[in-house]
Design a binder for this molecule. Structure first.
Ligand SMILES: *Cc1c(COP(=O)(O)O)cnc(C)c1O
Length: 383
């Protein structure tokens, strides 16, 4: 056994230790195989241990591992160039976790408020949202369980009901500098807003002269279909954050913004590992894999097949279905999601119980036809 009391535990986990992964599968110490629909929490967009990432890591590790923040490195510039071209947001800053990228977004919004909005600082977020676990983001997050945790709360945030444009408009005050939303609320259990919500927020922010921040840490990098979820509404946020899928399993995250918003002065921001050569070389390999010719079409076909599979299961078992692309929820008629997750685990299927009545499915974006059949068989048996 490799497990020890020395490692702090933040949540309950099943007993086995995972030792190996390949594509959609994980293996434990007993060499038991699991079909993994959690994939590192919507992180492994290319599945477990993809060849392209191993190659990128090996190539960059032998070239130069770490140049540090004092000097330029190639992968950071290459990845910034690719991401800005793909998003139309022409300034990019890197970090190592989603929370860190969101912290940069908040700092940038507050700095911009100081310079251009007479000191406006407040960021409106939404109920049930998830933005990260730093002190500030615990305060920004709309999860009920974060309310009152680690007092005193960091000031400057207010929560508004999700998918409610009127409530958002009513909440905007002279102190408000930005609205921060997830295009689809992931941790809340894959909550998809009414079509037009993002477009409405865009118009509202334009009218009020405040910033729209899209937290695409979960929805970005093809997870919901298009490379970035906001593209499905043909709008562009002022600031976008990426994490999870950007490194496909390696911790790299990014903030992207319009050039005019790049108002940090020297010393305002930084980070020992910000724009790390090794991490950015992996991000670049991920972007290349997701944007190679034919990849988007292939993803669309696979996502459609996955959606149809879920609708078949839902019809058979009386469940609700919601989601987009490769981010889905099955809504159970009873609050038994944890039980179903545990039964699935016994059968070698990994699922996430996002809510008492919600199973969340986050397959890799390159899952294969034969695997779809296997998923259907396993889910049918479990349900
Ligand atoms: C996961 C997540 C975060 C936090 O990312 P970390 O890498 O865990 O810090 C922030 N926002 C959203 C929408 C997420 O899904």
């Amino acid at each position: 056994m490799t497990q020890t009391q020395a490692l702090m535990q933040f949540s309950e986990r099943p007993p086995p230790t995972m030792v190996r992964g390949e594509g959609i599968y994980l293996w434990d110490e007993q060499d038991r195989r699991y079909l993994d629909l959690v994939q590192g929490w919507a992180v492994n967009c290319l599945g477990h241990s993809p060849r392209v990432i191993a190659d990128a890591l090996a190539a960059q590790a032998t070239r130069v591992l770490n140049v540090g923040p004092a000097y330029h490195n190639q992968p950071a510039h290459w990845l910034a160039t690719r991401l800005s071209a793909l998003s139309g947001l022409s300034r990019v800053c890197f970090a190592c976790s989603g929370a860190e990228a969101n912290e940069v977004a908040l700092k940038l919004a507050r700095k911009w408020g100081q310079l251009h909005r007479s000191g406006a600082f407040e960021v409106l977020t939404t109920r049930d949202s998830f933005h990260g676990r730093t002190l500030a983001l615990t305060s920004a997050t709309g999860k009920a369980s974060f309310e009152g945790a680690f007092p005193p709360a960091v000031p400057g945030f207010r929560k508004v009901p999700y998918d409610d444009l009127e409530a958002m408009e009513a909440a905007i005050s002279g102190d408000t500098v930005a609205v921060m939303v997830e295009p689809i609320q992931g941790e809340a259990g894959v909550v998809v807003p009414t079509p037009g919500y993002l477009r409405g927020l865009r118009a509202l922010c334009d009218r009020k002269g405040i910033l729209l921040i899209a937290d695409e840490i979960q929805t970005g990098m093809g997870r919901t279909g298009p490379l970035f979820a906001h593209q499905s509404e043909a709008v562009r946020p002022d600031i976008m954050t990426l994490g999870k899928g950007l490194g496909a399993g390696v911790p790299v995250s990014a903030l992207l913004c319009r050039a005019e918003l790049d108002c940090f002065a020297p010393g305002d921001h930084g980070g020992t590992f910000a724009g790390h050569a090794l991490l950015c070389s992996v991000g670049l390999a991920v972007v290349e894999a997701l944007t190679e010719p034919g990849a988007a079409l292939e993803r669309e076909r696979t996502a459609q097949a996955f959606e149809q599979l879920l609708h078949r299961l839902a019809a058979k078992h009386g469940l609700g279905v919601r989601g987009r692309g490769f981010l889905w929820a099955l809504v159970l008629p009873q609050p038994r999601a944890a039980h179903v997750r545990d039964k699935a685990f016994e059968r070698g299927l990994l699922l996430n119980a996002a809510r008492p009545d919600v199973l969340r499915l986050m397959p890799p974006l390159n899952l294969e036809r034969a695997q779809l059949q296997q998923i259907e068989q396993l889910l049918t048996a479990v349900l």
